[in-house]
Design a protein around this ligand. Structure first.
Ligand SMILES: [Zn+2]
Ligand SMILES: [Zn+2]
Length: 173
């Protein structure tokens, strides 16, 4: 996975892992690989523990009440995660930036990737573009990468469900 200027892949991976926490090292490895991450070392249960702790912090970013709180929380993650950025071509498909030291376990790699990716996403696309679904009983987290930046639901299904509900509420009122 290469961090694109808007951090989209990284923030989407964070949302995916937060919405459905990985239950094992194998599952974590598979899901990171299918998100395009090149795994450099064997994945262990310590990586799962680490990433779950990172996701706990990250969910506070998602649930922050305003932009300043959100920025503070991201900055705290960046301080703890970041090493100096460097150019690398380790995977053999092009030079790109890594925001971490070489040969880190996956848990640490994900910590840097999620922190920097979220910062790039919020700075590039808008501080409000990370949230939970507006449907009351759906807590699914998503990064809003829509053109308008007004996405309120995680899926068309949740949007429809809420529309039907509002329609019925108006009909009975
Ligand atoms: Zn890389
Ligand atoms: Zn939803």
């Amino acid at each position: 996975m290469h961090l694109n200027p808007y951090g989209e892949d990284a923030v989407n991976l964070a949302a995916d892992l937060a919405n459905r926490r990985p239950a094992s090292a194998e599952e974590l490895a598979d899901r990171c690989r299918s998100a395009g991450l090149v795994l450099e070392s064997p994945v262990t249960s310590q990586d799962v523990d680490r990433v779950c702790a990172v996701l706990d912090e990250w969910e506070k970013v998602v649930d922050a009440v305003d932009e300043h709180e959100r920025a503070d929380l991201v900055n705290r993650m960046l301080v703890a995660a970041a090493a100096y950025p460097r150019l690398t071509d380790h995977a053999g498909h092009g030079w790109h930036l890594h925001y971490r030291d070489d040969r880190q376990p996956l848990g640490s790699v994900l910590f840097s990737l999620i922190s920097v990716g979220t910062a790039l996403h919020l700075a590039g696309r808008g501080m409000h573009r990370l949230r939970r679904c507006a449907l009351a009983e759906c807590a699914t987290i998503f990064a809003d990468t829509s053109r308008t930046g007004r996405q309120r639901y995680c899926s068309p299904r949740c949007a429809n469900c809420d529309a039907v509900r509002r329609h019925r509420a108006r009909a009975t009122a």
